[in-house]
Structure formats: C-alpha cells, structure tokens
Design a binder for this molecule. Structure first.
Ligand code: FE2
Length: 322
C-alpha cells in the first residue's frame, strides 16, 4: 500500500510518501517570517498555497513513483492554525477528487507518536510530546490516548520562540536559541510544576525581565535548563505512576540535544528504555502523516470511505478526543 501524506498545521508545508511503513520521500518547505514578525496566519496560508504544487511534485519524483501508484491521500486535520490547515485540507481534497484516490484525516500529534513508536521500536511507551504549541505527557490504553499532564499555558517551543524574539534574535526559533545559550551560566529562575502539569508563562515573563540586566546568554541557558528540568520532573512522576518500561519523546522540541540527554539520563537511572526518532521525523513532516494515515486505514478501512467533501480541518483537535 502506498500513501501520500500532507502536513500543514503550522509553519511547514510538507509532503511524504510511505509504502507499507517504509518512507520513500519526505519533502519539507518551512515558512520563515521576516525578523521581528511572528507567524501571521494569512502569510502562512499564502506560503503554503504557493509551494503546495511544487512540494507534491518533488515528493512524487523523489519516491520514484507516479501519482497513479498512490492508493491513499492523508492530511493533517488538526490541531493547528486554521489558515494553514485549510490549505492542506483543501489541497488534499483537490488531489483526491482529481485522481479518484481515497482520503483520510490524521491528528498531527497522533502522527508524531505513531512514527516515533515505529522508528524507535518501543511498544506501548509513555509519550512526551513537546512542540511549539503543545507539551503533553500521554499514554495509550486499548487504542485510546489519555493526557496525564500538560502545559497549562504555552508550549515549550513557544516559550523559547517568544524569549528569542524578546531578546531581539534574528532567527527567533528554539534551535537558534539552543546554539546561542551554549556556554551560558545558570541564574535562578522560577520553577512551576503542578503534579504532572506545567506552567511556563511566569518563567517567560521573569526571564524577559532579567534579560534586560543580566547577560542574555546566561538567561537563555537558564531558561532552557529550568524548562527542561520541569518537563523531566513531570515526566518522571508519570513514569512512576504508570510503571511504563519505555519513554519516547516526540515533536519539534524533541530535537533539542540537551532535552534528549536529560531524559536519557533519567531513564537510565530509572531502568526505563528511552527512544527518540531522527530529527527529520520530529520536525513537522509529511512522511509521519502518510505513515499514520496508512496505519489508521489498515485498522479501520471504513475511515477512508467518507465522502471527500465531508472532511474539514479541526484546529483544536486533541489526541485524547479521537
Ligand atoms: Fe509537530
């Protein structure tokens, strides 16, 4: 079975092709706003619409297949930014109608989880999902997902992006902040864990305030250390509660090497297997949507029998409501 997956929840428009769990192509095109500007929904949608056709074409060429070979088209249905989701959903519906292929909507978080389980080979793990807008601790029971703990305000990625923008970094992004923070020294910052839930906005406000007086590198380093320590504490509590023997971390922030190191050390001390997929699959990417779409279709073929026009984006779709 061959599935083409379209990712379009936020800054990235990506198309990947998967054949029976094997990734054949994964083309990623990320929108980069000008300095000092956040993601303006209309500009995001313009970017995605402009590159859509070319990204689909490149993914097909890279897979060495033709559109005729595709059996199923999967698209990210939510959660995400409405204008971005609308372009992906509209594009997927157009492709499906034009070529007579089956269509299936996929939850973006579910796709991160499924591809990470597949690539790490860890079955039934505790899942830490950390991205721009989300930070959740999740388990699966009998096919249903439960969120044991999560951020009560902003996601880890947004915390770093907002701080990077506040201190005037040219590329206001977590990965740039990680590099900038190298060699920084620790300064005391507020620490807020509520059971298995996390709160980051007070930490952000305080860090922005002291960055006006103290070296920005030290504050950036301390912000990341504090936020990751909070995340590890909540995750370790969930590990003890669930007695899970494996932990996977997934989502955009899972690419951060310091977070990976802290989680790995914690798992080694607790006798728990730790897994993280390659960066390409923790970024927003179409291959994970294709993989999850294929997985869902094989589980329930009726899911891809819905009328094409009945599919709609769901900007606030949650993994625990699927
Ligand atoms: Fe993501």
């Amino acid at each position: 079975m061959i599935t083409l997956g379209i990712e379009c929840t936020a800054h990235t428009l990506s198309v990947g092709i998967v054949r029976d769990g094997v990734v054949l192509s994964n083309v990623i095109d990320m929108f980069r706003p000008p300095k000092g500007e956040g993601m303006i929904p209309r500009k995001l949608a313009d970017h995605h619409a402009q590159v859509f056709g070319d990204v689909v074409r490149r993914a097909i060429v890279e897979s060495k297949l033709t559109m005729k070979d595709i059996n199923l088209i999967a698209f990210s249905q939510g959660p995400g930014i409405g204008s971005a989701l609308a372009v992906g959903c509209g594009g997927a519906k157009y492709l499906a109608a034009r070529t007579g292929k089956m269509l299936i909507g996929v939850n973006h978080c579910y796709a991160h989880v499924k591809i990470s389980e597949h690539l790490t080979g860890i079955k039934n793990p505790l899942i830490l999902y950390v991205s721009g807008g989300n930070s959740q601790i999740i388990i699966e029971e009998n096919g249903k997902y439960h969120v044991l703990g999560e951020t009560l305000d902003i996601g880890l990625g947004n915390l770093f992006d907002n701080f990077a923008r506040a201190i005037g970094m040219e590329h206001a992004h977590g990965s740039a902040l990680e590099k900038f923070a190298e060699g920084g020294r620790y300064v005391e910052l507020p620490y807020s864990v509520k059971g298995m839930n996390l709160v980051f906005s007070g930490l952000l406000t305080h860090a922005e305030k002291i960055a006006r007086e103290k070296p920005k590198r030290d504050v950036a380093y301390s912000l990341m250390e504090t936020a990751f320590a909070m995340t590890c504490e909540a995750t370790e509590r969930a590990l003890f509660l669930t007695k899970k023997k494996g932990l996977i971390v997934c989502g955009g922030v899972a690419q951060n090497r310091r977070l990976q190191h802290m989680l790995k050390t914690m798992c080694e001390e607790d006798g728990v297997r730790f897994g993280v997929a390659a960066d390409e699959f923790n970024r927003d990417n179409g291959a994970m949507i294709a993989y999850a779409g294929e997985f869902l279709y094989k589980k329930n073929r009726a899911a891809a029998k819905r009328r094409i026009e009945s599919w709609k984006p769901i900007p606030n779709q949650r993994i625990d409501r699927l």
